[in-house]
Design a protein around this ligand. Structure first.
Ligand code: XMP
Length: 522
């Protein structure tokens, strides 16, 4: 079995988020890091040993779906209160601390959900420093505090919650609203006040410091060993490879598998960047035929993913064996994946789509893992890429799924269809970039539908395929909204696609958000 990457030795102290199962827990950590303070999410039952390694300078108790008065509801571990460190309880976190410290929580007469106006009780408490007397906040709760614990005072209220924020002298604070969500416009100011006015953080968590620490760590860990890394050309694997290459140079070999499902010019661009600009050892394998053979006749999306994933693992293993003795496998695992699998208490999600990146590799190859991005969010990975001096074009690449164009061709994947999709996709990308919208969009691409319809070209009837254009805005791909692209841009893309792509006579624009749709069509 492979060993998981240990936590980074944080040179600095951190804000530890105790997770009670809220979908926003990771967002709290992310907002805290945006303030320059390192933060991690920890399960509510994590032992002190795990937490101590993070050098906590404060605790933030997350929201959650439970009610404190129900038997078995998760509570904050005793070290939170025994440590003497500042505590910020958010929503359920506030109710937990009130309950644990001797107050009373009960079901509210009416649920408070959505925007509310928060009014301060005192002119200036540190948490609301420099904020107006009335602050718009996002509420989402059914329980409320009916009696404060001894020593606490109410520092703010809303129309529905007479006790919407509480504090005591020991710097234990509770807030009923969510400062981490964008619907609380001054939420970041409130978190900043907590971190800097109450906890005295220095705010030294930067991507530059992170790169320095990680490079030193990788050198120590790898010693004289050999590392392999799967390149996809995407930002995560590029940042991982670059950081490891900075640390150990020639001891790293990258393997770039062309599965025949990549976008136009992707192969040339990736090889040029890695071999010529970054001067890395890259093994390039053109496995197009093997992948297309495996995909023959397959129309089920999950089966496509499974076959692509398995073939990738087989090829990667073959290539790794040719290199000789290898000690480490580098991967671009990100923090949201880690949180999904470990930190939360009550997040059970159905499999919507099986995501394949290099999944399955660690299990079949008995290699130790290096995952330098394991504690970073996507936008932090981009910052690290910039700190490493990678070109903007690489750092700001839109995400591209592991199974590539195979899941953007609805139905069987064939060479002809791939060519058709590549040509349409190229036009979409090209026009989006010309309109200066590429960076603002989470993803923008073309989908080849199996739908044929009647058209007219010249004086003749046609019966050809329909291309769908998909462009979405999103922060993290968990939810997404369709992008309100300008009409003339849509017109240009449509015009070019029907004129330049043989086999297509109709273009549609996908105006569904996620949920209920997903970003990819398959
Ligand atoms: P959906 O379609 O589930 O996609 O809304 C969310 C994000 O994940 C990407 N995606 C994948 N990435 N392997 C990947 O590496 C996959 O099988 C896969 N399926 C979807 C998708 O592009 C979007 O960014």
């Amino acid at each position: 079995m492979t060993k998981k990457e240990p936590r980074p030795k944080t040179a600095q102290e951190s804000a530890v988020v105790i997770d009670f199962g809220s979908q926003y827990s990771w967002l709290i950590a992310r907002r805290v890091r945006e303030c320059g303070v390192y933060s991690e999410v920890i399960a509510h039952n994590a032992p002190w040993r795990v937490v101590a390694a993070l050098k906590p300078k404060c605790f933030i108790l997350s929201g959650g779906p439970a009610s404190v008065y129900v038997p078995g509801a998760p509570l904050a571990p005793s070290y939170v209160y025994e440590s003497g460190l500042p505590v910020l309880g958010i929503c359920y976190g506030m109710q937990t601390l009130a309950y644990q410290l001797g107050g009373q929580v009960a079901r509210a007469e009416s649920r408070e959900y959505g925007l509310a106006m928060l009014y301060k009780n005192e002119a200036d408490v540190p948490l609301f420093h420099n904020l107006p007397d009335a602050i718009p906040v996002w509420m989402s709760h059914g329980d409320q505090i009916i009696e404060m614990p001894p020593g606490f005072t109410s520092i703010a209220y809303t129309e529905n919650s007479p006790i919407a924020a509480i504090a005591n002298e020991q710097k234990i604070i509770g807030i009923q609203f969510h400062p981490e969500v964008v619907h609380t416009p001054q939420g970041k100011e409130i978190l900043r006040n907590f971190l800097f006015k109450i906890c005295d953080f220095e705010g030294t968590w930067t991507s530059r410091n992170f790169v320095k620490q990680q490079i030193a760590r990788i050198r120590r860990k790898v010693g004289g060993g050999k590392v392999i890394c799967a390149l996809s050309g995407g930002v995560d694997s590029t940042v991982v490879a670059t950081m490891i290459h900075r640390a150990i140079g020639e001891q790293l070999t990258c393997i770039f598998v062309n599965n025949g499902l990549l976008r136009r010019e992707e192969i040339e661009r990736t090889l040029r960047t890695f071999r010529n600009n970054l001067k890395m050892n890259v093994v390039y394998v053109d496995a197009t035929d093997r992948f297309l053979e495996r995909l023959k006749g397959v129309i089920d999306p999950e089966e496509k993913r499974r076959r692509i994933g398995n073939e990738f693992v087989t090829i990667f293993e073959e290539e790794a064996n040719k290199i000789g003795k290898v000690d480490f496998l580098a991967q671009g695992t990100l923090y949201p994946d880690v949180i999904e699998s470990t930190a939360t208490v009550s997040r059970e999600s159905a499999t919507i789509k099986t995501h394949h990146n290099v999944g399955g590799l660690p299990e079949v190859m008995s290699l130790k893992l290096i995952e330098p991005l394991r504690y970073l969010f996507k936008d932090e990975v981009r910052e690290v890429g910039t700190a490493l001096g990678l070109p903007e074009e690489m750092v700001w690449r839109q995400p591209f799924p592991g199974p590539g164009l195979a899941i953007r061709i609805i139905g069987e994947v064939t060479r002809d269809r791939l060519e058709m999709l590549r040509a349409a996709d190229w036009i979409v990308m090209n026009e989006i970039k010309k309109a200066n919208l590429y960076r603002q969009l989470w993803q923008s691409f073309a989908v080849l539908t199996p739908l044929k319809s009647v058209g007219v070209m010249g004086d003749s009837r046609t019966y050809k395929y329909t291309i769908a254009i998909r462009a979405v805005t999103s922060e993290d791909a968990m939810t997404a909204d369709w992008a309100r692209l300008p009409y003339d841009l849509l017109a240009r893309m449509s015009n070019r696609i029907v004129n330049e792509v043989e086999g297509v006579n109709r273009v549609v624009y996908d105006i569904s958000s996620k949920p209920p749709a997903t970003i990819e069509w398959e």
